[in-house]
Design a protein around this ligand. Structure first.
Ligand code: GLN
Length: 199
């Protein structure tokens, strides 16, 4: 199977390594491609990494500065075809319908506050609570790394797959998953295995 990483910004090589490791553990061979654009997409899964969502949005918006409709339509099309899509941190922000009170035509009906943990906690690590479905190795915790992370303030639609301090930190609606942290910066492949199993 072939997984694409949207490679405008962010930890592309780390996501790549994790996909390969997760594939190995699942006994599946995974080809990973770095995508510079979204035309000619022919992958079985897509990851949108973290980075800076404002910068990423500029790259995905049309020349008139409109709300990235081409990109969002692309996401809508592939997710509608059943292709799993995972957005992490800024990637989750690009997937959200509501960011800082502003409507975006995103795939996940969630309300997100950018940099929601504030200056004191720009970057931190914490054990988050996994729901049983993510609990592939029998552990209920995942050591998560948050970097200027968004806070999911409300989940209007979808399942919460993990939470931390009372907020959802992993949300899934059908085959679309959003994470507020950086799973590629740990060695724990759980979330990638779960993601690959959605293919
Ligand atoms: N704070 C960033 C944003 O708003 C996200 C940070 C990240 O992806 N690590 O886009």
């Amino acid at each position: 199977m072939k997984a694409g990483i949207f490679a405008l910004q962010g930890d592309v090589s780390e996501h790549k390594k994790m996909l390969h490791n997760a594939g190995k553990e699942l006994g599946k061979s995974i080809e990973v491609v770095e995508l510079r654009g979204f035309e000619n997409f022919n992958c079985d899964a897509l990851i949108i990494p973290g980075g800076e969502s404002t910068a990423m949005r500029k790259l995905t918006h049309d020349e008139n500065g409109n709300d990235g409709n081409k990109f969002l339509n692309f996401l809508k099309k592939i997710s509608g075809e059943g292709i799993p899509v995972m957005g992490t941190c800024a990637g989750l922000i690009l997937l959200a319908k509501n960011v800082d009170g502003k409507f975006h035509n995103g795939l996940l009906d969630i309300e997100v506050k950018r940099n929601g943990y504030g200056r004191q906690r720009e970057s931190f690590e914490a054990d988050i609570n996994l729901r049983p479905v993510l609990n592939l190795n029998g552990t209920t915790k995942f050591h998560a790394i948050f970097i200027r992370a968004p806070v999911i303030e409300k989940v209007n639609k979808g399942e919460i797959l993990a939470d931390f301090e009372g907020n959802a930190v992993v949300v899934k609606d059908k085959n679309v998953i959003g994470l507020t942290f950086h799973p590629e910066l740990t060695n724990d492949t759980k979330i990638y295995k779960y993601f690959l199993n959605l293919i």
